[in-house]
Design a protein around this ligand. Structure first.
Ligand SMILES: Nc1ncnc2c1ncn2[C@@H]1O[C@H](COP(=O)(O)OP(=O)(O)OP(=O)(O)O)[C@@H](O)[C@H]1O
Length: 290
């Protein structure tokens, strides 16, 4: 059992001896660590290391084959993804999942909808039936909640400077790849999560876009220092700039757990990475264009 002193503290995520097999493949192998509330943790490692599998297990999309995942003292690895989301854990996906025909504004609004008529995280004044009637009749309580959601959507779009806000009424299919990624992060943020799981947020972004995203996440950190962020990311400069702690995975195992500057210099990490040209380039060991 994981012996970290933070374990079972409110808001702490505990990954307790977690493994996940897919047939003969061991995607996660005895992962055992805690993530204290408010920590910015980066998870890095070569392709196929098990990073996305870890995020999928925390968000309830897949279940561990062994071990357990706790939020505070509550076991969450048997809950459905919606139930985990309602506990304040939001995530983005490795590949963008936008609703192409919805406008940007409405796509982000979708993230708040569970809060409008039951479900969601906001405390409920009335029961679900009253909430539903209130929504159907557009009673003042419902309208006030819609107005609050709309304000929140605008605030979240504003976090991305002029990338999303001026395009709020455009349909998502017209967005650039980078903007789709921003939209997806916005949709997670609009839920005001306590724990944000980001799966390769800077993937496919050029250097300028990557710098911009890094600044957005640094800004988020300043605004919500209590929000735990778990970020899987291949771009190691993003990890160096943002993360307080870095877990390096290789073949399903956490091989190093340290501050980013120490973790990314560790010889075991460089060795694990050198098998792939793209990630070796991130260490400056080969030219990215080779
Ligand atoms: N649904 C699945 N079915 C079968 N095998 C899977 C499944 N999901 C993941 N795997 C396998 O588990 C291993 C870990 O995959 P995972 O996607 O977690 O790696 P990763 O570190 O996120 O890789 P990448 O950086 O390429 O996204 C890989 O060998 C992968 O092929």
């Amino acid at each position: 059992m994981n012996t970290n002193a933070n374990q079972n503290q409110p808001g702490t995520l505990t990954i307790n001896k977690v493994s996940r097999r897919f047939g003969g493949v061991i995607a996660a192998n005895g992962l055992d660590f805690t993530i204290p509330k408010g920590e910015f943790l980066a998870v890095v490692g070569p392709n196929g290391a098990g990073k996305s599998t870890l995020l999928q297990m925390i968000s309830g999309i897949i279940r561990p084959s062994e071990g357990e995942i706790l939020l505070g003292d509550r076991r969450i690895d048997r809950l459905r993804p919606e139930a985990i989301n309602a506990l304040g854990i939001s995530r983005t996906f490795q590949t963008s999942r936008v609703f192409p025909m919805l406008t940007i504004r409405d796509s982000i609004m979708v993230g708040t909808q569970v809060g409008l008529i039951g479900g969601g995280r906001a405390p409920r004044k009335y029961g679900p039936v009253t909430e539903l009637i209130s929504a159907l009749l557009r009673l003042p309580a419902y309208q006030a909640r819609v107005a609050a959601s709309e304000k929140r959507v605008e605030d979240v779009m504003a976090m991305f400077g002029d990338r999303l806000l001026p395009r709020r009424n455009e349909q998502a299919f017209s967005l650039s790849y980078a903007n789709r990624r921003r939209l997806e992060i916005a949709r997670a943020l609009v839920q005001d999560p306590d724990i944000l799981l980001l799966d390769e947020p800077a993937a496919g972004m050029n250097p300028t876009e990557t710098d911009e995203l890094t600044e957005v996440l640094a800004d988020l950190r300043r605004r919500r220092p209590d929000m735990t962020i778990v970020m899987v990311e291949h771009k190691l400069q993003v990890v160096r700039q943002l993360a307080e702690r870095c877990i390096v995975m290789a073949m399903g195992t956490a091989i190093v757990d340290a501050r980013p500057e120490a973790a990314l210099e560790d010889p075991r990490v460089i060795e694990a990475y050198l098998g792939t040209r793209r990630t070796a380039a991130a260490f400056g060991k080969v030219n990215a264009d080779d």
